[in-house]
Design a protein around this ligand. Structure first.
Ligand SMILES: [Zn+2]
Length: 417
């Protein structure tokens, strides 16, 4: 089995890995959009035979998880190439598409399920459901020609599925030749080498404390596709005696997941439809979208009458109208529950100013979707691979300082597993 990383050997995101069996048949793991690319920038596909013009030796593309930096270029791949992804991950992305056109459009030929082996030509794929901020995310064990590659995808140990990480470390796959491991927190200069990250359950406690100390609304700006965070905010709302408010986008995505995830119909959960979403529904004449949530819908008048009853989990695009309708005022608090780096973007700065002008405090409550270096060390120790190949890091040249038997590779070069 041979491998080449097309993208991701020296950057966080944009992952694309081509795996070739000895007979020449190939699989691709992830076809991500680079995080460095601007939103309107056109990014070409990696040069994989079969992506643009038919090549029967390309057996398929396996998407580890529903984050753009891992699936964002799939829509450009020729339609006949078979796609594999988690069932719920595909459902989530397809549901999100109406509100977020970059998402969705998946019609996979096969689904990844925890510990369910998939045979694709000479390859055996064993998905390991993992702990990450993306929903239905997997690490992948790929076997062919008697060799074994374990690709972490994106992984952490401090989220709501931390038990999956513990289980992997306790009962790791045996005889792994190559561990291809993400290193988001392997940073230039070693800034995060010793850092550990707050767990989602500790974050939940901080949300509860904030809700108890705040008179007005708690308005959390987050990603509507971060289901771990939705669970954290919902649990915090319940524990502080408040009602969780989702927007229609978040409610639609949550409804596409499993029934244990907070969604319309849950006690203490209401749905608010912001103006932009009302317009979208009207223009598409898809009125069933609001009819479906009619029994738990909440209108601005009710929200403004007593904002202290509510905790919101909404996109930051709702800030302006929540301020205008006086649902969010100086008696409430806005919460930044996204990557801190987005706060310094032009739209992040504009939001900060908008809130400051109204005297609304903005606090950060967030934890990383990626493993700390100490947790990555535990993973390497447990899997005990022959070699560790870095990916998804800005400082792959630092792996050798932190982990044993590191073998870095550059983008595009083939090497043997
Ligand atoms: Zn990623």
């Amino acid at each position: 089995m041979r491998i080449r990383i097309h993208r991701g050997a020296h950057e966080i995101g944009g992952n694309c890995i081509e795996v070739a069996a000895d007979d020449g048949r190939r699989l691709v793991l992830d076809v991500g959009r680079p995080l460095s690319a601007g939103w309107d920038e056109v990014v070409g596909l990696p040069e994989v035979s079969g992506f643009a013009t038919p090549d029967p030796s390309l057996l398929g593309v396996v998407i580890s998880h529903p984050h753009l930096d891992h699936y964002g270029l799939v829509s450009q791949v020729a339609e006949k190439v078979p796609i594999y992804i988690g069932k719920e991950a595909a459902a989530l992305l397809n549901a999100a598409r109406f509100f977020s056109p970059v998402s969705g459009g998946f019609d996979p030929v096969g689904h990844l399920q925890h510990a369910q082996e998939l045979t694709v030509g000479p390859f055996t794929i064993t998905p390991h459901l993992n702990d990450h901020s993306a929903y239905d995310a997997y690490s992948l064990l790929i076997e062919a020609d008697g060799r074994r590659l374990f690709y972490t995808g994106d992984i952490r140990a401090h989220g709501r599925k931390h038990k999956m990480f513990k289980a992997l470390v306790k009962r790791p796959p045996a005889d792994v030749n190559v561990l291809m491991m993400e290193g988001t927190h392997v940073r230039v200069g070693g800034a995060h080498d010793e850092a550990t990250f707050e767990t989602e359950s500790k974050l939940e406690k901080r949300f509860v404390k904030l809700a108890k100390e705040t008179e007005g609304a708690i308005v959390t700006f987050g990603s509507m596709q971060n289901i771990d965070r939705l669970v954290t905010v919902y649990r915090a709302a319940k524990r502080s005696g408040r009602v969780l408010i989702m927007d229609l986008y978040g409610a639609t995505v949550a409804a596409a997941t499993r029934s244990s995830i907070p969604q319309p119909g849950f006690k203490g959960l209401r749905v608010y439809v912001p103006l932009l979403q009302r317009i979208k529904v009207k223009e598409a004449a898809e009125f069933w979208r609001v009819q479906d949530i009619a029994s738990c819908r909440v209108f601005p008048e009710e929200l403004a009458a007593d904002p202290g009853r509510f905790v919101f989990h909404v996109p930051s695009s709702t800030a302006r109208e929540l301020l205008k309708s006086e649902v969010l005022d100086a008696s409430g608090v806005a919460v930044w529950s996204l990557w801190e780096g987005y706060r310094s973007t032009p739209s992040g700065k504009a939001l900060e100013k908008l809130l400051a002008d109204k005297g609304v405090e903005l606090v950060s409550l967030h934890t990383s979707g990626h493993a700390s270096v100490p947790d990555l060390k535990k993973l390497v120790e447990a899997l005990d691979p022959d070699r560790v190949v870095p990916i998804h890091s800005e400082a792959t040249d630092r792996f050798a300082e932190l982990f044993p038997r590191v073998e870095p590779h550059t983008d595009r070069a083939w090497w043997a597993v």
